[in-house]
Design a protein around this ligand. Sequence first.
Ligand code: FES
Length: 321
Amino acid sequence: MEPEQPSPENPHEDGHLPSPSLWPIGFAIGIVVILVGLVINPKLISSIGAAIAIVFGFLWARDATRDLRGEPVEIEPERRETVEPTAGEPSVPEAVTRSHFLEGATIGLGAVIGGLITVPVAGFALLPPFLGQKQHKVDLGPLSTFGIGEWFIATFIVDPAQGEVSRRAAFVRNNGTVTDPSTKKQVPSFTIISNRCTHVGCPTQANGPQGAILGKPTIKQRTANGPVEFVPVIPAGYGCPCHGSQFDTEGNRTAGPAVRALDRYGFEIDHGRLILLSTYSVSKVVGTGGQAQIYKYKSTGPGQHVDGPEAWWYPLQPPHH
Ligand code: FES
């Protein structure tokens, strides 16, 4: 028996196979652009990716709900029930149209449901780390609080809205004044070292006498950010109680599993008051005080190298012994 041949006028009538389409590829490219954008530029590139995914997703869904002739499917239940194929008239087109419609509708509905479920979840899970977090300025009070060359352990609240959970500590020293290389004017210089350990983030402590032992009172002030305290200290470096990392007075790592120097705070002087800005990461510091040469990097998390071969293969870590 000869196999049934498709009619030349309707070559698609043999097809139970959906016509090939580039829309799914475009949709996939859109998703890839969204993910790449999350790393590079969430606002711009991810928006472009979302637009690509939406356009191609729409075209894909529209195509999937058309029959093989490229016409929108019209469902006519009465006709389907009453029309009987006659001898010599192929019954395939009617069956193909219905099955193709169901196939397309299933795929389209699945894609919509999948998108509705996964896109918000992925957005909430992936976006926050890539979006710039709002940085709060911290008012540490008048410059007269800080005698030149004296160290203090400053504790302060970063975000008054969050209260005590945003309390942080830093080691602060007034270096006097230095010459600004661009203006050639004398400007105040401060060393402000974050106490967050660069291993896994424990609070480092100043090694050396502090507070009552020195016969100097703790200074308490109230600023726009809330209560601020300054404990006088003579540090011989800083130590981490968690795993034993040690740092010198400029924050350079000298021992232990920490991967870099301690982070530092930027600062500005506003109407005679010391204002803390956001933190930045440091690989090392050469020299001391106002003459120190600081190798700066953008703020990174504990445990992350900022230079050298380790920074290239991060988060892989060389074995520690
Ligand atoms: S967190 Fe400081 S040494 Fe581990």
